[in-house]
Design a protein around this ligand. Structure first.
Ligand SMILES: [Zn+2]
Length: 290
């Protein structure tokens, strides 16, 4: 077992597998401990599985998605799964953004404290969350970004003294999907007579891309891509067989298995581009004064 630890903070069940399921599985293979924090109950999401009727599934969706996340994380070898149980806020601009339990409306001080507590307990060297647009503009993703950034910085300072010993995260990453990866997938589909993934011909139409120049880190996940695909299938209320990563043959999935990240905080000078989020990490950090 390695002494390294990674924590992911995600808005909904399924985001961890979609954006970084390969990285989580690779960590398991390397003996690196991982912890996934899921901020919301995801109860407003579209239910895609036709065998799950709206009337009987919707009332239990929060519970169903917790079960799906636990199963996906079991497949990926994630060591800890925690739920903050804020309410799903729904898509940007929806009236549900203003529901009293919506994560979007959460008291930031309180939400940050809950993540600080997990950081000081689990002591991650690396933390991963979303960029300032929450990758594609979902209010819960934007809130997860804000709360995680503040928590990473608060965890190593004397604030929240009641929430445990100070801990300084060494590297903070945002998940990323570079324009060049979308273009490569679309070009490959065209050349091989397959349906283009994401339903567009021009990648610039996609709302969730990261400019290539911002992507610092490419992780080769081809050895674990089949586990990631199994974990995607575990999220059956959300992800159907037509999902781009599931609709392609195994060998094509291996070819497009890379995952991408944007390094935004590093306590040591990084050497970029890199292929390992743990590059340059010192396991033993000097103690922080009280
Ligand atoms: Zn999400």
């Amino acid at each position: 077992m390695s002494d390294l630890r990674l924590m992911a903070v995600h808005a909904h069940a399924d985001d961890e597998t979609i954006t970084m399921g390969g990285l989580l599985a690779l960590c398991a293979d390397r003996g690196i401990r991982t912890c996934n924090i899921c901020c919301t109950d995801g109860k407003l999401a579209t239910i895609v599985d036709p065998s799950m009727p709206e009337e009987t599934t919707r009332p239990r969706l929060a519970e169903i998605r917790q079960g799906e996340l636990r199963e996906a994380c079991r497949i990926l070898g994630v060591d800890e799964v925690h739920f903050l149980e804020y309410g799903d806020s729904g898509m940007a601009g929806e009236p549900t953004n203003d529901l009293p339990d919506a994560f979007w409306k959460a008291q930031v001080h309180e939400a940050v404290g809950r993540v600080v507590e997990h950081i000081r307990r689990f002591k991650p060297h690396v933390v991963v969350t979303y960029d300032a647009n929450g990758a594609y503009g979902h209010p819960d993703h934007i809130q997860a970004h804000r709360v995680t950034l503040l928590a990473v910085e608060a965890a190593h300072t004397p604030v929240y003294p009641e929430l445990g010993e100070r801990w300084r995260v060494q590297k903070l990453y945002y998940t990323a999907f570079p324009e060049r990866a979308a273009r490569a997938a679309i070009d490959f589909a065209r050349q091989n007579g397959l349906d283009t993934p994401f339903g567009v011909e021009d990648p610039s139409e996609l709302p969730f891309l990261t400019p290539d120049a911002w992507v610092t880190t490419t992780v080769d996940c081809h050895t674990v891509i089949q586990r990631k695909r199994s974990a995607l299938r575990a999220h059956r209320s959300q992800i159907g067989p037509d999902w781009p990563m599931l609709a392609i043959p195994d060998d094509v999935a291996e070819r497009f298995a890379d995952e991408y990240f944007q390094l935004v905080i590093s306590r040591t000078p990084p050497s970029l581009p890199e292929t390992d989020v743990f590059a340059g990490i010192a396991v033993e950090e000097p103690a922080l004064s009280a």
